[in-house]
Design a protein around this ligand. Structure first.
Ligand code: NAP
Length: 295
């Protein structure tokens, strides 16, 4: 077996993503010699103890990172600034500090200025997930065949970036580097806007008057059902993503609203060609996703 990439890896936050990483580390043995875990609440840490995938559990983030050569922030992006402030004085020189946050410009804005000299910050985003959260929800195949996007600012230590690329490859991911602003615009379209639409459509259905609302739930066709799956995601995580990718999300939403208005006009005026064309484009996108094995 190859040497573990990290002698000691500290995971700050242990929900879907953190606990998947911890489970993979335990199963493979070549990610980290020791996995130290911390979270916000005693309840989560008690559950982590029962689940048994952590070598050590710490209630304090500062203590958790002491002596760790790898530190990964796996909490909601809105908590990054406070966590960075709490751990900065305890980070070991030479350590790699990374994160899994869904918005990269905000991660660099909130963590970057607090990183002590000699610590290498490599922002990353494993583009893999489910609608479930918490330490029970993680699993070892979560990242298989999924992209891990790394957004190191210019000047980041190359060997630290290469180490994190190897880390995500060992987790089963395909790896790509991306400019952080570009990452946020791409993710606004492929992830953040679809979630916004799903939360909104569920709200629309929920606002309907009594009898109709009941029927929406009773006869939920696959279209609505698929939206409810997306809308079942964690409220804190999504609040933080929307507020930390504000500009890109608002830009993509404005484009979407324009396109939805064009579709509404086509329906009003009976423009069959326009409608067919849009549906055909949707089918093509779905077919390409299946071919790329990302469906
Ligand atoms: P999750 O299941 O909701 O777990 C979040 C974890 O963060 C919990 O262990 C929570 O602890 C902990 N936490 C919250 N505030 C904290 C703080 N101030 N200090 C320390 N720990 C704190 O979340 P997740 O789905 O794993 O997402 C984690 C990160 O990955 C987020 O930044 C998210 O944007 C990103 N991400 C998510 C997905 C996805 O689909 N879920 C995909 C890619 C990336 P308690 O349980 O004690 O509150």
């Amino acid at each position: 077996m190859p040497e573990p990439l990290f002698r000691r890896l500290a995971l700050i936050g242990i929900g879907l993503i953190g606990s998947s990483v911890a489970r993979i580390a335990k199963q493979r043995g070549d990610l980290a010699g020791e996995v130290v875990v911390t979270a916000r609440t005693a309840k989560t840490l008690a559950r982590v103890r029962e689940l048994g995938f952590a070598d050590r559990i710490e209630t304090d983030a500062g203590r958790a990172v002491q002596g760790a050569d790898g530190v990964m922030l796996c909490a909601p992006v809105g908590a990054f600034a406070d966590i960075a402030m709490a751990i900065a004085p305890h980070l070991m020189p030479g350590a790699v500090l990374t994160d899994v946050g869904s918005t990269k410009q905000s991660a660099i804005r909130d963590i970057g200025p607090l990183v002590p000299a000699g610590v290498h910050f490599v922002p990353a985003h494993p583009v893999a997930g489910t609608e479930y959260s918490g330490p029970d929800s993680g699993f070892t195949t979560l990242f298989e065949g999924r992209w891990a996007l790394l957004t190191p600012p210019p000047g980041t230590d190359e060997s630290a970036v290469a180490k994190m690329e190897e880390f995500w490859r060992r987790c089963g991911s395909m790896v790509q580097r991306m400019e952080p602003g570009h990452h946020d615009r791409v993710l606004a379209v492929v992830s953040h806007l679809p979630h916004l639409i799903a939360f909104t459509i569920c709200g629309t259905a929920d606002d309907l008057e009594g009898e109709t609302r009941q029927e929406v739930l009773q006869f939920a066709a696959s279209g609505f059902r698929d939206f409810t799956r997306i809308a079942a995601s964690d409220p804190v995580m999504w609040r933080d993503i929307f507020l930390n990718n504000r500009e890109a999300l608002l830009e993509m939403l404005a484009r979407f609203v324009e396109d939805a208005q064009a579709m509404s006009r086509a329906v009003r005026w009976g423009d069959a060609g326009y409608i067919e064309d849009k549906v055909e484009r949707g089918r093509k996108i779905r077919r390409s996703l299946i071919e790329l094995k990302q469906a």
